[in-house]
Write a protein that binds this ligand. Structure first.
Ligand code: SAH
Length: 425
């Protein structure tokens, strides 16, 4: 039986050839054969030249998702095993110290719509495409064989599944097990409940970005006017020796703190005091628990509040921090929502940079892939203009090594993370 063929139109953008992993309905000229949803089809150009094999889903705007660029490749259980094993080997190569990381990152690991995160000895699976959905037993079998995990938990409970015509699903794949795990990252312990957390529980994508805080955290006591006496001990303006061992560490504001991962890294690297703000009581409890777990509780402060209100209130109160961190959720869930989202990003960044002491640091991120890096930077420039600040870039980073980016697919390049020095103007 021959595999159904999807002929692409002659006059289309050559996106697929440029590495983009999706075909949209408008790009298809005709379909030969009678594929059902989830079936494999061969994608060919207008003259029938083979381009790729993909999973077909007529209910989705992503009508075909590329799974292999080889015509000979059998799309079978063995292929799933091989791809997952390769993805894992890549992580062991690039992030060898990480026992917890993203193992499979969907399209960028050539498994469209499949996310696998490893939390020590627990695996969390998220399936976002019909092609993987109907073959999911192959995924579970491969995971059991490669990792021999304590358990597999499925978090296919995200609304985007509806766009594929899929119901939401969450729960144990096999036997129930304790769903809490401890992630160790850059020497920090983070307790995660994979059944409870956002997304699949923890945001591995900022591992390297959190580590980038290291050189920024100390030196602030001296910058802020604390002097050393003849014995080299820090003294306050009255000449009294300061006992706080973290006297030279930064005062940090961590907005949208969730697990508190930025707070934890700040404390690890020597912060004097970190204020965490999150709208969710549950998130605040989680961050507090993590501070306790790492022995940082006495250097932290927790506030359950809407960051938009909190930032404005602190500006009015003329409070200042050495470092302000803004790691908001994706404000733009789709392309249409972009301009509204930009206003939101601009507002928090504008207020956030006003709270930074002169020559302090603003750390700001956006995980909306609809917001391009260029628009992210222009938004920051507009905010800086309004706040009478000049920003000097220290670092610009993306998602970490376990979140590969396909050059042809801007969707896989969603995370923007920038560190700025903030100067008064
Ligand atoms: N920095 C976090 C990840 C941020 S996730 C970490 O390191 O784990 C986004 C967080 O923003 C969520 O915890 C959510 O509860 C919180 N949030 C969403 N809207 C908010 C708002 N308006 N004010 C404050 N927090 C908000």
């Amino acid at each position: 039986m021959s595999v159904p063929k999807a002929y692409l139109k002659k006059n289309r953008k050559k996106r697929l050839e440029h590495g983009h992993p999706w075909v949209f309905p408008g790009e298809i000229e005709k379909i030969e054969g009678d594929p059902k949803g989830g079936d494999v089809v061969h994608i060919v150009n207008h003259v029938g030249h083979f381009l790729a094999q993909g999973f077909y889903n007529p209910r989705s705007q992503l009508i075909i998702r590329v799974v292999s660029y080889s015509e000979e490749q059998e799309i079978d259980q063995e292929m799933f095993y091989q791809k997952i094993e390769q993805a894992w080997k890549r992580r062991q190569w690039l992030v060898p110290e990480a026992k917890s990381c993203r193992v499979v990152h969907g399209e960028a690991d050539f498994l469209p719509g499949l996310i696998i995160d490893k939390y020590d000895d627990i695996l969390v699976v998220q399936i976002l495409s019909l092609g993987i959905e109907i073959r999911r037993q192959w995924v579970y079998d491969a995971l059991m064989k490669i990792f021999k995990p304590r358990g597999i938990y499925e978090r296919s409970d995200v609304p985007v599944r509806k766009l594929e015509g899929l119901e939401l699903r969450e729960g144990f794949v096999n036997e129930p097990f304790d769903t809490t795990a401890t992630v160790i990252e850059n020497g920090i312990k983070i307790s995660v409940d994979v059944a409870e957390g956002q997304k699949t529980g923890y945001f591995f994508d900022q591992r390297e970005n959190r580590a980038a805080l290291k050189p920024l955290i100390t030196g602030w006591g001296l910058k802020n006017g604390i002097e050393l006496n003849e014995e080299g001990l820090p003294v306050d303006p009255k000449g009294k020796v300061i006992k706080n061992p973290f006297w030279n560490g930064a005062e940090v504001l961590d907005c949208f703190s969730h697990t508190g991962s930025f707070m934890l890294h700040s404390c690890l690297y020597g912060a004097k005091k970190v204020t965490c703000v999150d709208i969710s009581d549950k998130a605040i409890e989680m961050a507090k628990g993590n501070a306790l777990l790492n022995g940082f509780l006495h250097r932290t402060e927790f506030i359950a509040a809407n960051a938009f209100d909190y930032l404005r209130e602190q500006v009015n109160a003329k409070r200042k921090w050495d470092i302000v961190i803004l790691d908001p959720p994706a404000f733009a869930k789709n392309r249409q929502a972009i301009e509204g989202a930009v206003r939101g990003y601009k507002e928090i960044n504008l207020q956030g940079m006003k709270l930074v002491r002169n020559q302090g640091i603003l750390i700001t991120a956006s995980c909306s892939y609809h917001l391009s890096s260029a628009r992210f930077f222009s938004m920051l420039q507009e905010a800086a203009a309004d706040a009478h600040k000049v920003l000097r870039l220290v670092e610009f980073k993306r998602a970490g090594l376990d979140h590969p980016v396909l050059l042809g697919s801007e969707e896989t390049d969603y995370l923007k993370f920038a560190i700025f020095e903030v100067f008064n103007r």
